[in-house]
Design a protein around this ligand. Sequence first.
Ligand SMILES: Cc1cc2nc3c(=O)[nH]c(=O)nc-3n(C[C@H](O)[C@H](O)[C@H](O)COP(=O)(O)OP(=O)(O)OC[C@H]3O[C@@H](n4cnc5c(N)ncnc54)[C@H](O)[C@@H]3O)c2cc1C
Length: 398
Amino acid sequence: MEQYKYLIVGGGMAGDSAIKGIRKVDSKGRICIICAEADPPYDRPPLTKALWTGKKSLKAIWRKTPKRRVDLHLSCVAQKIDPSKKLVYDDKGDVYQYEKLLLTTGGTPRHLPNDLPEIMYYRTVEDYRKLRKLAEESIEFCVIGGGFIGSEIAAALTMEHKSVTMIFPESGICGRVFPEKLSHFLSSFYSKKGVKILPNTSVSSMEKRNDGIHVHIGVGQDLRFGAVIAGLGITPNTELAQNAGLKVENGIVVDRFLRTSDPDIFAAGDVANFENPHLNKRLRVEHEDNANVMGERAGRNMAGDLMMYDHLPFFYSDLFELGYEAVGELDSRLQTVVDWKEEFREGVLYYMDQGRIRGVLLWNVWDQVDSARELIAKKKVYKPNDLISLLPKPQLDA
Ligand SMILES: Cc1cc2nc3c(=O)[nH]c(=O)nc-3n(C[C@H](O)[C@H](O)[C@H](O)COP(=O)(O)OP(=O)(O)OC[C@H]3O[C@@H](n4cnc5c(N)ncnc54)[C@H](O)[C@@H]3O)c2cc1C
């Protein structure tokens, strides 16, 4: 049985960032990371963006994990935690003893009810490798889901001159996040780029036949594709924590110091449900900045440099030549105030609840994330007109 001061289950961006955090405080303590994937930790966002636009090569996505003096157990699944003995058991029959344990198990893509083994639920670098191969063939692609992953993959494949059809139940692209007008603009923008858009549409069943994958929509409509990619969101991987008796509720519940209901077990990243003081609510965030900052904080906290996690994460996306950064709560059910410099091309959108800013969308507006964070943190009550021209703030060195 191997003994570790720090054991991490999950080798994604949060797990890797935790190692960085630990090493800032403790240069010697033994660290082990157990990861189900065969690849060492890497950045996921380029899988739908920079690897397709040519801004990054596959070589550039890998994290520096192996250089941080850590035992890396890949293709290895943690199956059970025994918190009373501080042991973790893996699927190869190995047992690990820990002093501090971190769970960064992320999430599993949601599957369609009528699933087929051929459907690609895009999440890993292995999925990227498969899709790259498929993109070399002359086939038609179907993307199911109009959220972050669906919209980015559809753009990436279209830029590769592939024929792409998007199917999603909302009335416009990213309809759960953007107000209706912006979401409808995006749908027509995608159409102009050549993507066939099928909004307000659900897949009723799918079939694999000799001539491809048949996707059935509505009543009796049958569409045929060479490949189908689905982006339907994720469910947090909480089973391990739940079976160990840790508190789980839409993710693994952690306190402000990222400790679970067992003080020697921490959680971070997509799987963690944490309290955010700026929004006065519990959140579970599925974005890179949260995985990086929270992972590093968890690592430092495990190593004894205990501080609260009070970061308000941001996220971003690229949709063809359009792009944005966003902070806080972006929910299309909230009231929005729009401040366009040029409609749908450049501007700031505020997501409001009872006059307070809950989220800010910076649409082709850059270097304003910290200013947006400050506005949310102020918790001031605004009238819609007060928000016009509030951002962007001039940069000091501009
Ligand atoms: C294609 C793609 C593009 C994205 N683009 C953006 C973007 O543009 N902007 C943005 O802000 N965010 C983006 N995200 C989201 C961001 O990548 C995630 O928030 C981040 O990866 C979460 O990191 P994590 O370490 O918490 O979880 P994950 O990255 O999911 O890593 C969890 C790891 O744990 C492993 N694991 C799970 N259970 C076990 C177990 N029992 N034993 C061993 N290993 C286990 C999994 O195999 C996985 O490797 C994107 C995500 C994807 C998939």
